[in-house]
Design a protein. Sequence first.
Length: 609
Amino acid sequence: MCGIIGYVGKNNAIRVVMNGLKKLEYRGYDSAGIAYFDSSNFLKIVKAPGRLTELEKEINKSSILSNIAIGHTRWATHGKPCLKNAHPHTDCKNRVAVIHNGIIENFSILKDYLVRNNHKFSSDTDTEVIAHLVGENLERGIEESLFMTLSRIIGTYGLLLISNIEHRKIIAARNGSPLLIGIGKDGNYVASDPAAFVGYTRDVIYLKDREVAIIEADNVETKTVNKRVFKRKSEKIDLTVEEIEKNGFEHFMLKEIFEQPNSVKNAYRGRIVKEKGMVRLGGIQNVKEKIKCCERIIITACGTSWHAGLIGEYLFEELCRVPVEVEYASEFRYRNPIVRKNDILIAISQSGETADTLAAMKEAKRRGAYVLGICNVVGSSIAREAEAGIYIHAGPEIGVASTKAFTAQVIVLFLFAIYLAKMKNSKFAGVKRLISELETIPDKIEKILSKNSKILEIARKFSDRSNFLYLGRGYNFPVALEGALKLKEISYIHAEGYPAAEMKHGPIALIDEDMPVVFIAVKDGTYSKILNNIEEVKARKGRVIAVAFENDEQIEKKVDEVIYIPETVKYLTPVLSVIPLQLLAYHIAVLRGCNVDQPRNLAKSVTVE
């Protein structure tokens, strides 16, 4: 996997595709390449390991013009990052070029067959088998050959194909890996992410699983893999070029951290009626009776979204008195889970394309659960797979390490919990007070962001450390997990998050003067216990950084550094307490010279298992 872009039309396709690849850099990648036809309609491939600048250097060695091209940024799954494994891949006779996101699960069997039939492979990838299989039957025509190939491969794919036997069309196919088509005035586009072509058009057609598109400069034809032709109207995407630019910030991650006052406000905008003490969630309004009858909630997600799900568990159980289980999506369908008729599964994903989360949704559906989605990207696979759901409206998140999506997810879960609590108990009290407090959160985030320079100074003191421990309790235990994840993702420092009370059951063995310990030490029901944990760390010469409520004069006497946040209700504390941890991770990573927006080995949207 990672980024795909193709164009056929009147403009210079090389420039269009390279611009598109630059817009997809945020997704993370280790190599890049393009395929195009030259003026004599010969298929040409240019690719390079490393950053896109290396590919640009290769392209700039000669003047290239073409009206059709496909391009790819690769994040390695099969075969190490190197020139030979970079996409596009071709067949033996260089008549077919393929780029591909996903995993071909039976590629070893197919490759053995092809090798026995005298095919010569030049890479270690699973993708190359697609090119050879298509090339093997090219005399039947490019479309028929691809349909034959798709009938033989098992796995996930979002792929583009061009061939010199029909050099004016791009063929796209999708199964489990996102692809959408952009309809333009001077040609047509196809990509794995609308950011790749939003500067040219905002009219899109989303491909669904097991669908194929034949894309020409002035026409798009869509079919199922069973060759049934169908028509689908284009949709307008709500995305602008300005939203995917840095707007003066050094990194996308910092921009997105500072966007959180607005993204949090957008998550609840139009969904609260304070004077009536009501929450409105239009995306689930039509299924509210089904939701009201739920006897158990299963939340499934990965990474940062899983941490948001853990906070959701606290919210639903405390406010709604409904039992909740939070499952790693990657494990859910492999452990024979017990799913009952009145269970509701909530799938959470920023991108809406997370492969493990999609698979968990499908498994839960198969077992009879009612499936809801919480995601950020309109029209994404999870939004389409869910029977109902809620968008978080955080806006495009470009930095690989999620920040504003996390806080928006928590806000939506908070609203959902109030909504369900009111449905299950019409006398549920205190909604007006909770809504009033929610409306103060954007200003409180602004206040925390004003402490950015203070957090930078703390980062300077600890940026050379090799290990961190993050501790919290209750609603702030998931925040400890999220803080540790942010640090390890972008700074490559080993960091662990734990419930503070669990420190004595293992992690305390690691504590010495070289081990910074970050405590979320807000005044709640466990505050005195947290202070005891801090004393235990200090007794072992540990360095303590605390996140605490303002006007807590007691805490600063016990710790080395303290970052103050405004006080709020416990349900919303995670939205505030996570902000200093995001900034701390960001500044430490920058001080260590790390690539904050594109950390090594990570991809923004994990579309393969």
